[in-house]
Design a protein around this ligand. Structure first.
Ligand SMILES: Cc1cc2nc3c(=O)[nH]c(=O)nc-3n(C[C@H](O)[C@H](O)[C@H](O)COP(=O)(O)OP(=O)(O)OC[C@H]3O[C@@H](n4cnc5c(N)ncnc54)[C@H](O)[C@@H]3O)c2cc1C
Length: 366
């Protein structure tokens, strides 16, 4: 068959004479100088391909002592947001230094400074204002100070940036606000401004109906105002939300004790003790109720338990002493009452106890 095309025979045919094609052809010749290598380039090989458009540096070179292929992979992976063919890129970075030296051996010039070190391109020195944003997260505006010039390229250790979601921030802000309001309400209760406290606490409950602390303080405020039904409602809600909180049962005990509903009061104090075995006031109040009802032996048990926790308490000592008077165990009664006297700072009480002890001593003499 006759045709007008020239026919070239070769061992290796490279199609495209850009940087990759040209380097492949050179490599083929290096491997076997006797083989015929042909490069097919559709354009003018001097001007075609990317290289002619302005390539003036080797973008990726892991210069020994300054960087490593591993660092390149790490940085490039971040720059490409993970879209990177890692094995290929790693191999390229691994061979990059060798390639630079080879190009230099061909008289390609890579500029160096007066010390003979390569001029490296990095980000320009300066102070950067960086905004880090992500959908649903609070944008962080940071200032990165890279103004100090460096002798050589260095890896910069950046602080881990923790992004906080908008929802989480709102939660934190709500919790902070609730804490401030809670403190304010508590302060008002301390000052006797129960209406002021109730106003704040009601607002807190409107914002967060499940705020057990707010319900508890609201209960306390009503209790102090002697609005017992309202207080009971709030304490019951608190108990439902925080079933292991002993304090609320003690408060319910107080309310029922004040209303002389002895059975309920005793039950609530017992519940407070069950949840917190060191509920010393609950023991004491149970003792008072039982004493009031002439159940002296039972009340003594409660006072003794209170004394196990607070052995020096003058009120507990006095009540235990009174129980022993009922038992006609005056010696023991005197022992407790003397101790109560010693630990009391109330002058009237001391005089009263003194008088009581003297009378008991007289009784013993008789
Ligand atoms: C403006 C610019 C600046 C750059 N600066 C840098 C730099 O500073 N540092 C750096 O490392 N990189 C730089 N790059 C990137 C780099 O130049 C390229 O990645 C690299 O040159 C690509 O080489 P290549 O051989 O793979 O492809 P190409 O350079 O695109 O070569 C492909 C060749 O194949 C030819 N061809 C296509 N189809 C056929 C066909 N059917 N038959 C025959 N021939 C065909 C084309 O004409 C072309 O000559 C730059 C790129 C551009 C565009």
């Amino acid at each position: 068959m006759k045709n007008d095309y020239p026919v070239i025979e070769c061992d290796v045919l490279v199609i495209g004479g850009g940087s990759a094609g040209a380097m492949a052809a050179i490599r083929a010749k290096e491997m076997d100088p006797d083989q015929t290598v042909v490069v097919f380039e559709k354009g003018d090989i001097k001007y075609s391909g990317c290289i002619a458009r302005g390539m003036d540096a080797l973008n990726i070179v892991a210069v020994p002592g300054l960087s490593t292929p591993e660092l390149y992979i790490e940085a490039n992976s971040m720059a490409c947001e993970g879209i990177m063919d890692e094995p290929v890129n790693y191999r390229m970075a691994q061979r990059s230094w060798e390639m630079l030296r080879k190009l230099e051996s061909w008289d390609v010039c890579f500029p160096t400074d007066e010390k003979g070190e390569y001029k490296l391109v990095g980000i320009p020195h300066g102070i950067y204002n960086v905004a880090i944003s992500k959908d649903g997260y609070r944008t962080q505006n940071l200032e990165w100070d890279f103004s100090a010039t460096q002798d050589r390229m260095q890896k910069i250790e950046m602080q881990t940036i923790v992004m906080v979601s908008e929802e989480k921030i709102q939660q934190i802000e709500r919790a902070k606000q609730a804490q401030e309001e809670f403190n304010e309400a508590r302060e008002k209760i301390g000052q006797g401004d129960f209406d002021g406290a109730i106003e704040i606490l009601k607002k807190m409950i409107m914002d967060n109906p499940d705020d057990a602390n707010a319900h508890y303080l609201l209960g306390i405020s009503y209790q102090r105002k002697k609005q017992f039904p309202e207080a009971i409602v709030e304490f019951e809600k608190t108990a439902k939300m925080s079933p292991s909180f002993s304090g609320v049962y003690h408060q319910l005990g107080l309310i029922y004790q004040e209303q002389q509903e002895w059975i309920k009061a005793l039950e609530f104090y017992a519940k407070a003790i069950e949840l917190e075995p060191k509920s010393v006031e609950s023991f004491y109040n149970r003792g008072l109720i039982l004493f009031e009802q002439n159940r002296v032996e039972e009340s003594l048990v409660e006072f003794e338990k209170a004394l196990e926790i607070k052995p020096e308490d003058p009120e507990f000592l006095e009540m235990a002493g009174r129980c022993y008077i009922h038992r006609a165990d005056f010696k023991k009664a005197i022992e407790y009452l003397e101790k109560a006297k010693l630990n009391s700072s109330d002058q009237t009480k001391i005089e009263f106890l003194d008088d009581l002890v003297s009378k008991l001593r007289e009784q013993i003499k008789k």
